[in-house]
Design a protein around this ligand. Structure first.
Ligand code: IDP
Ligand code: MG
Length: 150
């Protein structure tokens, strides 16, 4: 089943020059880029995006951090991409993320864990709609797909 998921390079990774590295992992795996933009997230949007964590001890720090600099927001498309992106990212705490995953390769602390990815189809739909409007979701053909999917 073809899916779309929301992936975001967090401000720490933008500052550290990891944008290309993270995009390359999804590109090389074969996923298709459907939308992309760089911007500084307004506080209200950050509070909505992370609404499920409101009231937790790390919430204010998380909102401070995610609004502290530019992020790169993306939509990636492909078979099973929601779960696959989570696997490619690794565990929330980089200390527990497997070596080779994005967080396990580039992260140390949970509050600086490099990347965000939707955790379910419902989250993906909600997050894509929060960050992109319909016109920003680009629909195009790739001849490559024949060599990626049987
Ligand atoms: P996820 O990003 O893997 O989906 P969530 O549990 O949804 O993880 O948490 C959202 C974000 O909040 C994490 O990516 C991380 O940046 C931050 N976070 C989660 N738990 C903690 C914590 O215990 N301390 C500090 N930051 C945390
Ligand atoms: Mg989450």
């Amino acid at each position: 089943m073809l899916e779309r998921t929301f992936v975001m390079v967090k401000p720490d990774a933008v500052q550290r020059g990891l944008v290309g590295e993270i995009i390359a992992r999804f590109e090389k795996r074969g996923y298709k880029l459907a939308a992309l933009k760089m911007f500084v997230m307004p506080r209200e949007m950050a509070e909505t995006h992370y609404g499920e964590h409101k009231g937790k001890p790390f919430f204010e720090g998380l909102v401070d951090f995610i609004t502290s600099g530019p992020v790169v927001a993306m939509v990636w498309e492909g078979k099973n991409v929601i779960a696959a992106a989570r696997e490619m990212m690794g565990a929330t705490d980089p200390q527990k993320a497997l070596p080779g995953t994005i967080r396990g390769t580039f992260g140390i602390d949970v509050g600086r864990n490099v990347v965000h990815g939707s955790d379910s189809p419902a989250s993906a739909a909600r997050e894509i709609a929060l960050f992109f409007n319909e016109a920003e979701l680009v629909d195009y053909d790739r001849l490559l797909d024949h060599w990626l999917y049987e």
